[in-house]
Design a protein around this ligand. Structure first.
Ligand code: GMT
Length: 394
């Protein structure tokens, strides 16, 4: 198939999933066209079936906010037409679902129907999508998508709770590529970070409020009182400054390492003993899955889709959002006994294997075929009937 993928090209979860999915599809023989404003962060290796189309807008003094949506819609029209795309798969509803709808309408004027699949990732529904500033457009454009997927049951249910959506939402879980995320020997890293054999605890995120990075540091503080340990904070974002101040205040600067954005997260996970994800809201928790694939147990909140990934008492523990004391006590339980830690490590890996890219990717392929077929025989929205009628006339 010729597939167009639209996503945010950043380190954010939705961009990562979209990029890994595209690369995986390319390896299975599909032609994949990424259409984004910058080369996606994880699109680092060359593949003959992967194409990249940069969306560039015109800078004009009148534009206080450059009209990205218009530039993206125009680019989609161009790429669908000239690369003969069979399908557009857009990741993160805002603004991609609405922009794809616009492109679809424009292409209809040439009698071309391009089915659009929208994948909902989380904050596009739970945080931003429900904001009245976006809500009507999000609701409309999800309803007008030819296929809709969500990355967890939680997210599907939340979408149906918040929006009046006509179509079915198919749950296709996020996935992990074990060729990349697996426990590898990085002992020299371990020695550099924890020279006296301290336990290594890790957290990766975009340091937004929703991630509750302060809880990570508070939990670590309690663990550190009982167990010699180090904390790796990977990523960057608006909360980082505040978290650095906090570490200074509580005197933990020597034990906490701020590593910023990292390309090879897997090398850091490979030396970690425990992973924290205490988020306020998390539709899936891809970061937790990547940790588990590297045999790292997870201490998480029980919010959103996290219970679909982390199994309480088996692959890690879950607590209510903000329950720092419980999180610390669970972390100490796992870290203070080597045998317990090894059991959790093994369970984490076993659970991660359920989300192996090799199982999940064929689910996307089957869904693509279903949506394209439905569009071809006319079982899609009113736009298609319009096209068929028009084509019949000519
Ligand atoms: O976590 C973020 O803020 C980034 C966001 C994104 O869309 O880039 O992540 C969301 O999508 C990921 C991939 O599907 C999920 O694993 C994350 O749980 C989800 N984040 C939230 O729901 C907060």
């Amino acid at each position: 198939m010729n597939i167009g993928i639209v996503c945010y090209p950043t380190f954010g979860g939705s961009g990562v999933v979209a990029t890994e999915l595209g690369m995986g599809l390319a390896k299975r023989g599909h032609n994949v066209h990424f259409i984004t404003y910058r080369r996606p962060a994880r699109l680092s290796t060359f593949h003959e079936n992967v194409f990249y189309h940069e969306v560039t807008g015109e800078d004009y003094p009148l534009f206080e906010f450059p009209p990205y949506d218009t530039a993206l819609a125009s680019k989609l029209v161009e790429v669908v037409k000239f690369e003969k795309l069979d399908l557009l798969h857009v990741h993160y509803a805002i603004p991609h679902a609405a922009v794809a709808y616009m492109a679809k309408k424009i292409l209809l004027r040439d009698g071309r129907y391009v089915p659009v699949i929208t994948t909902l990732h989380g904050t596009d529904i739970t945080l931003v999508g429900t904001n009245p500033a976006f809500q009507p457009v999000v609701e409309f454009s999800i309803s007008k998508s030819d296929g809709v997927t969500a990355v967890s049951n939680f997210l599907r249910d939340e979408t149906l709770r918040h929006f009046n959506i006509d179509n079915d939402i198919k749950v296709i879980y996020n996935f992990v590529d074990f060729e990349r995320f697996r426990k590898i020997d990085k002992d020299h890293f371990k020695k550099a970070i924890a020279p006296n054999g301290e336990r290594i605890l890790a957290h990766t995120s975009n340091f937004r409020k929703v991630k509750r990075v302060e809880d990570v540091v508070r939990v670590f503080q309690k663990v550190y009182e009982k167990i010699p340990s180090k904390l790796l904070l990977i990523g960057d974002g608006p909360e980082r400054r505040h978290i650095e101040d906090l570490c200074r205040q509580i005197g933990l600067c020597d034990e906490v390492r701020f590593l910023g954005k990292q390309d090879a997260v897997e090398e850091l996970l490979a030396i970690s003993d425990l992973f924290f994800i205490p988020s306020e809201s998390e539709s899936f928790g891809l970061a937790a899955l990547e940790a588990m694939a590297c045999e790292v147990p997870v201490i998480s909140s029980n919010s959103g889709g996290l219970p679909e990934v982390n199994i309480h008492g088996k692959t890690g523990f879950m607590s209510d959002v903000g329950d720092v004391a419980a999180m610390a006590s669970h972390a100490i339980t796992i870290l203070s006994d080597e045998e317990v830690l090894q059991t959790f490590r093994k369970n984490a890996l076993e659970q991660a294997e359920r989300f192996d890219i090799r199982h999940i990717l064929p689910q996307y392929e089957a869904y693509y075929e279903e949506v394209v077929e439905r569009a071809a025989v006319g079982f899609t929205n009113d736009d298609l009937r319009f096209t068929i009628a028009r084509n019949r006339k000519s």
